[in-house]
Design a protein around this ligand. Sequence first.
Ligand SMILES: [Zn+2]
Length: 277
Amino acid sequence: MTVALAGSAYRTRHRACPACGADNAARPPGPYARDPWQVKACGGCGFVYLENVPVYEELADEHAWEKSAPAEGAARRRESPVLQGFSKTTRFRLHWFKRTRLADLARRHVPPGMVVDVGCGDGWQIANLPGDYVRCGIEISKDMAERARRALEPRGGFVACAPAVAGLNQLPEGRVSGVVMRSFLEHESDPAGALAGTARALAVGGALIVKVPNYGSLNRLVMGRKWCGFRWPDHVNYFTPRSLVAMVRAAGLEVAQFGLLDHLPTSDNMWLVARKG
Ligand SMILES: [Zn+2]
């Protein structure tokens, strides 16, 4: 199926609920749909997700996230300039803190060895992670993967240009110390597959660090459709603390850190660390 938008078209595929597998084709779109994007709440488990997702090939090139995100930002500033201005300032202030948070979690939970950043972009995040790691990445965008290669390969790492599940399945089984999914899982049309691939790749004692928008946040309730976590069609999964934990456990991983401070209802995002037992 092809979805036409102003000046461009996406090829899409229908998706059952990524949390429980129920097919919600017969259900009407929910209040957070934006034509033509069918955001629905699952009739079986309540998980909120985009039903008609762009196929992976769309994300490799023409509609790569680094191209669609600036367009989305411009549209938001037109819709709500004051709020976006505020959000940008807040983001700038928190930038240093967030990077430190990833570093802190890695230091606490990820043993030395190979660390793989899924959705690594140009590789800046994993390149700057302190610690004694072999830094690797998986990135679906061809342009970004090439940039990440230039950053990581001279230091002994590698970058797979592939969708997450295919990239994770290229990794040696049971050998990876850490997997980072920061601002990734909300984009992935097969999140359970990506988590299963992570569980397969991780060594016993290895850790997964996840950061995703928190659909259960107070800000989503207050802001409604203007909540910063909504991106059509970039964000395809809307996790709550409970649904995130359930999906991580279903993949066979243990939750190692997910305290209240990691998913405060006053924060738009949440952090979870899982471990392979
Ligand atoms: Zn469901």
